[in-house]
Design a protein around this ligand. Structure first.
Ligand SMILES: [Zn+2]
Length: 76
């Protein structure tokens, strides 16, 4: 086993998050065929995960606890 998982996109960066290609919803989050399906998972660093999850929008990001927060980058 690898001691750590590398971001699928930035191969030098340690992956911190697991991205679900098929977005989890209230309806399927308890369905292990979706939430734990390895084909549905991508290991990504936080930065790539934010991009994948929010597309081209940068208004939101995850903080270190994994909570969704507003990004204030554009306001400075
Ligand atoms: Zn990455």
């Amino acid at each position: 086993m690898n001691p750590y998982v590398i971001c699928r996109k930035n191969k030098k960066i340690k992956a911190q998050d697991v991205h679900h290609k098929r977005t989890l919803t209230e309806l399927n989050v308890n369905d292990s065929n979706v939430s734990l399906d390895l084909d549905n998972l991508e290991c990504l660093c936080r930065k790539c995960h934010n991009k994948e999850t929010h597309g081209k929008k940068d208004e939101y990001m995850f903080d270190e606890k994994g909570d969704l927060i507003e990004s204030y980058e554009n306001k400075h």
